[in-house]
Design a protein around this ligand. Structure first.
Ligand SMILES: NC(=O)c1ccc[n+]([C@@H]2O[C@H](COP(=O)([O-])OP(=O)(O)OC[C@H]3O[C@@H](n4cnc5c(N)ncnc54)[C@H](OP(=O)(O)O)[C@@H]3O)[C@@H](O)[C@H]2O)c1
Length: 255
């Protein structure tokens, strides 16, 4: 029997994606838009978002570009209120924006850098989720973009790893507490994906070759390969899926 639920469509849904001007966030927003969702694309620079929205609109996607620094409480509030004003509700929230301001041993990381990492990677997703909750109907889906670095200690990425590990725990706690509201919460832990964020790892041939040797599929991932997983988790196809972290890492964590 044909089941209408069994498809990766997001028609009639509104999705807010942070860090959507490039990389993984942009790929997720594009995939959601093609699947029928109205997408609110957010990052710090309005001009870049306007360009992305125009690009999306050419493909028939309804995109609202809205600049907001996820570490700024006021801008987070404006992002949510503008979305609700435009679309009335928020069915999907993707907490994707993140930072990794330092690379080096723990003892060299300043308190300021550690604080910034936790503010952007952990407390902003926590606060945004809480702010979205009153506007999220039953069937809603929250997706946190974590990292393999949050599942296994990464060399010289100390506070970044800590922030992503904590984000994974936040995922599980939210899933437990919000299940009775019919809201699902999941995380995605990408491995090495070719974006600006990971450029230091693929720009230098020696570091890149070292990284590839640790990935069983022997290649970097593409942002679209994370978007595919996000689309599944956002859709009704994942209606029994909540409280877990899914890796898309070319087998990195399996070793
Ligand atoms: N690439 C990888 O290998 C990899 C691996 C594991 C996990 N991840 C995770 O994947 C997510 C996306 O990373 P990416 O590789 O796609 O990075 P990216 O290509 O550098 O894109 C980052 C996006 O976030 C925005 N952004 C940065 N800081 C922000 C802030 N404070 N407020 C709002 N927006 C902000 C950026 O735009 P503006 O600069 O204009 O604000 C941009 O749109 C992150 O959570 C990262 O930890 C990436």
């Amino acid at each position: 029997m044909k089941e209408e639920k069994n498809c990766l469509r997001l028609d009639g849904k509104t999705a807010v994606i942070t860090g959507a001007s490039k990389g993984i966030g942009k790929a997720i927003a594009y995939a959601f838009g093609l699947a029928g969702a109205r997408v609110v694309i957010s990052s710090r620079k309005q001009e870049r978002l306007d360009v992305v929205a125009a690009e999306f609109e050419k493909d028939g996607i309804t995109a609202l570009p809205f600049a907001a620094h996820v570490g700024d409480a006021d801008q987070r509030r404006q992002l949510i209120s503008r979305t609700v004003e435009a679309f009335g509700k928020i069915d999907i929230l993707v907490n994707n924006a993140a930072t990794n301001p330092v690379f080096g041993p723990l003892e060299t990381i300043s308190l300021e850098a550690a604080d910034k990492t936790l503010q952007i990677n952990l407390l902003a997703p926590f606060a945004l989720s809480n702010a979205v909750l009153p506007h999220m109907p039953e069937g809603g889906s929250i997706i946190h973009i974590s990292s393999v670095e949050g599942e296994r200690p990464g060399k010289y990425m100390g506070m970044y790893s800590v922030s992503k590990a904590a984000l994974s725990m936040l995922t599980r706690i939210q899933a437990g507490e919000w299940a009775e509201r019919g809201i699902r919460v999941n995380g995605i832990a990408p491995g090495l994906i070719r974006t600006k964020f990971s450029q230091a790892l693929w720009d230098n041939e020696k570091i890149y070759q070292y990284a590839l040797r640790r990935i069983p599929l022997r290649r970097m991932g593409r942002p679209e390969e994370i978007a595919a997983l996000a689309l599944f988790l956002a859709s009704d196809m994942a209606s029994y899926v909540t409280g877990s972290i899914y890796t898309a890492d070319g087998g990195y964590l399996a070793q």
